[in-house]
Design a protein around this ligand. Sequence first.
Ligand code: ZN
Length: 597
Amino acid sequence: MKKASYLFTIIGALAASLAAQPRIDLVYPREGDNIGPVANSFIIGSVTPGSQLWVNGQKVEGNNNGAFLAYIPFTAGQFQIKLLAQKHGLSDSLIRNVNVAPRSIMISPDSLAIVHGTITPGQELGVRTGDRIAVTFRGTPGRKASFSIGRGQGIPMEERIGRLEQDEKALAFSDSIVPDTLTLPGTYMGSYLVSGRDQWYSEKIYLYLVDTLGMMAVDSSEARVSTWPESLMVWAVTKDSVTVLKTGPDLGYEIFLPPGVNLELTGSAGENYRVKLAENKDAWVKKVSVSVKAWPGPMVSAKLAVGRTFKQEEGTLVRFSLSRACAFSAKTSADGMSLKLLIFGAQADMDWVRYDPQDKLVKDIRWRQVQNGEVELEIFLSQPLWGFDARYQQNNLEIEIKPRPRVQKNRPLAGIKIAVDAGHSPESGAVGPLRTLEKEVNWQISRRLGNLLKNAGAKVYYPREGDQQVGIYQRPARAAVWGADILVSIHNNASPDGVNPLEDSGFSTYYYQPFSRDLAMAVHRQFQKTLQVPDHGFYYGNLVLCRATQMPSVLVEPTFIIVPREEAMLLTAEFQEKIAMSVFLGIKEYLLTIAGK
Ligand SMILES: [Zn+2]
């Protein structure tokens, strides 16, 4: 920029702040956003500093820098947020339109109606003999309801008192009481047990509601139901870098698989296939995460035979030979002294385990057939496990067990490899009232932390530098390939709709693996000492960055970037340095506890 124009800019800015009308910048929610069924929620943005601000007629106090957060009543349907700012007799106004989901649908008792949006199942279903298809909908209370699959026989339904579901995010992240007892009359439920005689190809589910005069309302589900072949087995192979098996089509992430694992599919629901893991255990996998194989006909259980250990330069490799790459889960014990593997779709035929006499880390390996198609293997160790890497080499399941790094008492960080992950990018993450981007402050804090670590003798690696775009699963993978001893992911927090960030803000720390807990707690204690923001809590978090198995890993959210006071702190070098120093001291303190061991 030339000097002259620079001067004009300064003069321009001065003039604007003195005389021009105030300006409102409403950051969140955005125009047309869909908000869940909330009674109150927050809005964030900024006004020209020194302005007075009203939101829907209520006066709102802003921060000195103009940032504001208002927690206001929302009403269901098309909802308008009207803002008015005034300064020196000049004003600005803004209207934002959002859609708020209804908390419950009230149905007149005089009507005869089926509420289409409440019909479940709402997605395509593939079922087999023995599956139970559960059908529900809401309609006029006190009527007679039934359903049929295709033009088949009517199956009676019962009216129950439904309940409004709780929002699990609000349960975890808010201390305020979330109402859960709102009961809903007119919820009808029924189910049908699929038999071997049923042959459906893309059939609709029809719903019928009849009143005492014999009048009838009819509707149908968006779902189409098909029967899956009984005589053939459908197989799929995992293809994502990490394929997630869930406990239900939209439920918990439970098992994480490398590519190349064989899965037996037994049904489908919407975007997911159902996977048979063992006699009494199903899981669900995203259709896009697997490739469905030809239909090779019935396949016998995989056989698990022979375990071997091999001393590595660092740590130990444990290899189990299988006749097919089976799904497995791996969990460490709370004290880190053993690693338990569940192998699904396998029968054990383990007559031999050959131990490498040079290896001192693996003490013992035991097996047990838990049920048909599920083998438990337990690897007992002579010292607490630091991390592990599980993958397939052809049909061999290989577990690389990592020992503790060597830590010197006087220089605990010397030579320790630490991956510092700056959360987000390409996506911006959360956005503050002044439009501060989370990904940018995360990177600034990460660099400060990296410098502190390097000065103490650690080796530092950033999975994401500056504006680089790095996928979320790539980050722990990159850290593992680099050989990180520790992984820290830096974030800053935001609240879900309906939770008041002014009551529930501050710092929080997250871990997933038992062997990450002590490190996470050491960092959290440093936040308690140093950061002058509320303690938002210490969490188990089922998060990609925390789930890394190869090293202890923690994720931190030192502030709520959406809270004006905390955003203002985040924008200062001193506070960023405080965050970096807290994480640094937490890591250092944790390493000291294992020094010399
Ligand atoms: Zn984040």
